[in-house]
Design a binder for this molecule. Structure first.
Ligand code: NAD
Ligand code: UD1
Length: 338
């Protein structure tokens, strides 16, 4: 089977490309390299001895998409491509809606024209907003995202729902990721954020490696175990496996299916800092700062639906996530550049 992976040189897309190749799929990657480099695909090839075909281009480019579908017999699409920085989305809403929403619509139009109706979409737990109850189930109402990035994910989910309602040939998986972290166990693939990281674990690992001075902890007065925010961190390799399971499942289903991809466990910022210190043997200096606007106190998944319907369960512990992150960061202090 041949799979088109949009955003396949990015953090989650590259780990999933590796998992697809290892499972015997052929892979065509489409990426405009706006937040990645093709070094990730070289690492994939070095690890598994197989390569994906890389096409440099944009998901908003309909003629290019048409050419890809004409030249390759694509069976399904895993759609990771998009912009993902929450703060930047507030400053550049049009770029976010164009890349994320228009890109997804253009992709679906090209897929329909080519007769390809299987799609796995990268959604986010951000679509739940601030639920009153934990853990979060897929049937909880979606909330009102506080930023254009979150809005774009919710809009795309709604577009894909309407598409499935209008045309029964479609089979679509909406995968709502919780907090992906970690790196491939080889230490040669991982997250390589451009500029100063926004997210907790890349920030901590850059402090540990000496690229950043200290961590700011955004608030220690939440009603949580130790006052710091609680999240459901999931290893990127478990997440990649979830995509393979979803891909398998949508080939025997139709319509829209939503699955949470999380571990079902929540950890606080301080628990993550301690676990990282243990894994790396380095200390992570921090300072407590005011809360970050838009943050919720806690967020973790009920992942039983994916377990029941996909036969998927995250298996890697927080300690493994930290060890693998540190192996990647210490091997490659400057990410794929060195
Ligand atoms: P990433 O930035 O590493 O990967 C996204 C890739 O898409 C990059 O390689 C980028 O160059 C490419 N891209 C962006 N816009 C494009 C366009 N218009 N055309 C072609 N390529 C384009 O991000 P990631 O962490 O791997 O995230 C993958 C997907 O998962 C994104 O849709 C993101 O919103 C979603 N997601 C990520 C997280 C997370 O914490 N990483 C959480 C929830 C959802
Ligand atoms: C962020 C995004 C969310 C996205 C998710 C998954 C924001 C506001 N939200 O969620 O839309 O779906 O990533 O990628 O960016 N923290 C610190 N110091 C830091 C960074 C984070 O204390 O320097 C804390 C946060 O307050 C939070 C926890 O660490 O309690 C996790 O933060 P982060 O990694 O940014 O993820 P989310 O906020 O869950």
């Amino acid at each position: 089977m041949k799979i088109l992976v949009t955003g396949g040189t990015g953090y989650i897309g590259s780990h999933t490309t590796l998992a697809l190749l290892e499972a015997g799929f052929e892979v065509v990657v489409l990426d405009n390299l706006c937040n990645s480099s093709d070094a990730a695909l070289h690492a994939v090839e070095a690890i598994c001895g197989k390569s994906a075909l890389m096409i440099h281009g944009d998901v908003c480019d309909r003629p290019l998409l048409d050419r890809i579908f004409q030249q390759h017999s694509i069976d399904a699409v895993l759609h990771f491509a998009g912009l993902k920085a929450v703060g930047e989305s507030v400053r550049k809403p049009l770029e976010y809606y164009e890349s994320n929403v228009c890109g997804s619509i253009t992709l679906c139009q090209a897929m329909a024209a080519a007769g390809v109706f299987r799609l796995v979409f990268s959604s986010s737990a951000t679509v739940y907003g601030a639920p009153e109850q934990m853990p979060i189930r897929e049937d909880f109402p979606t909330g009102t995202p506080t930023n254009p990035y979150g809005q774009s994910k919710l809009i795309i989910e709604n577009v894909l729902r309407d598409l499935c309602a209008a045309e029964p040939k479609w089979s679509i998986a909406l995968l709502r990721y919780f907090n992906p972290i970690g790196a491939h166990a080889s230490g040669h693939m991982g997250e390589d954020p451009s500029g100063i990281p926004n997210n907790l674990v890349p920030y901590i690992s850059q402090v540990a490696v000496g690229s950043l001075h200290e961590l700011s902890i955004f608030g220690d007065d939440y009603p949580t175990v130790d006052g710091t925010g609680v999240r459901d961190y999931i290893h990127v390799v478990d997440l990649a496996d979830g995509h393979l399971k979803a891909l398998q499942s949508i080939s025997t289903r139709s319509g829209i299916n939503v699955w949470n991809l999380g571990t079902g466990d929540g950890y606080s910022v301080l628990q993550v800092v301690r676990a990282f210190e243990q894994a790396s043997g380095r200390s992570v200096p921090y300072r407590v700062m005011p809360r970050r606007s838009g943050d919720v106190a806690e967020c973790w998944a009920d992942s039983s639906k994916a377990q029941k319907e996909l036969g998927w369960k995250a298996t890697r512990s927080l300690q493994e996530m930290m060890t693998d992150t540190w192996r990647w960061q210490s091997n490659h202090p400057r990410g794929y550049q060195g």
